[in-house]
Design a binder for this molecule. Structure first.
Ligand code: ZN
Length: 389
């Protein structure tokens, strides 16, 4: 299993073993070696340390099916390590506490204003409260993962640029680590979800997939040849800023006609309000209801969005040739309306050799990004001290 820089770094065998056992339950060393395509000696050595640290235990031997030596399953000790995952968005902060088997045991959500002068201090206070809560409950804490919408230097956890938060050149990991006194890893939100999908999700056995996140912003996670692709500057995957309409609206990035300025949930609502389809205070559910009730203007708006999205996605699939594309984000609430027309446009533009690429749509979960940030740190407890600011 290959991994790039970012959330998942350090001892890859350790990371892979912890994630595999969380996903599949107890397994013998031989089964682990086979599933991870690693040598039995590597697994024996890697698991010895995990056993010594109390993260794994040996279960009672099971008789071998072939009549050979009985096999000893190794199991995670769920309570032996916990991590906190935080999603910083432009209107709220979501946080979860995860235990070693990737189960979420606690969560919170607070409104948040990243433009406030004391925004960073507010964030620190929110995370500290969660750390105190974990300590109060006697949970051993391995670290904190923070996912942000923006371009993050995977080596240092410095936020280079976030148009959503308005934070630029902020050494976020270093600041949080200093204030909180615990290991902190910062990464781009979609990179965190993509890494968690590769480790814990249904995409764990897939070496080539894309993860299209479509909500208020649009991002693309890429796992190519088994490893997340980040680009030279950690800036790869800015799918939302693909130029699709020369005279289109001004995007949050300052350019004109980006995909995000036309089909993000924010853009769809703005266009629905501007066209008089919906009153000002309405939301995505109202847009869905209008289209499902046959409002021709709402139907046309979503048809246009589906066309733009299908065409843009076809370009990406033709370019990268993934086996599957996973779609996540708030937009999935409208997928009964968008899915079919999007797929028709996609097929019109796909090369014959990539027409079998599957599109998988996951129901949106408000905690997914925070839980992903927690899970990827969980898979590398104490072994990923690479981010230094
Ligand atoms: Zn843009």
């Amino acid at each position: 299993m290959r991994w790039g820089a970012g959330f998942v770094s350090g001892d890859m065998t350790r990371t892979a073993v912890l994630a595999l056992l969380a996903r599949r339950g107890p397994l013998s060393r031989a089964q682990i070696a086979e599933l991870l395509d690693l040598s039995p000696a590597t697994i024996t050595q890697g698991t010895r340390r995990l056993l010594a640290e109390g993260l794994l235990v040996e279960e009672a031997p099971r008789p071998s099916q072939g009549g050979g030596r009985p096999s000893i399953p190794l199991a995670l000790v769920p309570e032996s390590a916990h991590t906190i995952g935080i999603q910083v968005a432009h209107e709220h902060v979501t946080g979860v506490t995860c235990r070693l088997d990737a189960e979420v045991v606690h969560s919170f959500r607070h409104t948040f204003d990243p433009a406030a002068p004391d925004a960073l201090q507010t964030l620190i206070t929110l995370i500290r409260t969660e750390i105190d809560e974990a300590r109060h409950r006697g949970l051993p804490l391995a670290g904190v993962g923070v996912a942000v919408p923006g371009i993050v230097d995977p080596e240092t956890g410095t936020l280079r640029m976030s148009v959503r938060l308005g934070w630029n050149g902020l050494p976020l990991a270093a600041r949080l680590r200093e204030a909180l006194g615990v290991p902190v890893f910062v990464d781009n939100d979609i990179s965190a979800v993509t890494a968690a999908e590769r480790l814990y999700g249904p995409g764990a056995d897939e070496a080539d997939f894309l993860l299209a996140a479509i909500g208020q912003g649009i991002g693309l996670g890429m796992v190519l040849d088994g490893a997340p692709y980040r680009g030279a500057l950690g800036a790869a995957g800015e799918f939302g800023h693909m130029p699709v309409q020369p005279d289109g609206p001004v995007c949050v990035c300052g350019n004109r006609g980006c995909l995000e300025s036309l089909v993000s949930t924010e853009a769809l609502l703005r266009r629905a309000h501007d066209a008089g389809i919906l009153p000002a205070a309405s939301d995505l559910d109202d847009l869905g209801t209008a289209a499902r009730n046959g409002d021709p203007a709402a139907v046309a708006l979503l048809q246009t969005a589906a066309t733009l999205l299908g065409r843009a996605l076809a370009g990406v699939v033709n370019l990268l040739g993934p086996r599957s594309v996973v779609v996540i984000g708030e937009i999935t609430a409208l997928w009964d309306l968008l899915g079919e027309p999007m797929h028709a446009v996609l097929l019109d533009h796909l090369l014959p050799c990539v027409r079998d690429t599957t599109i998988e749509v996951r129901p949106w979960d408000d905690e997914l990004i925070a839980a992903s940030a927690a899970r990827v740190v969980l898979a590398a407890p104490l072994a990923a001290p690479r981010q230094r600011g």
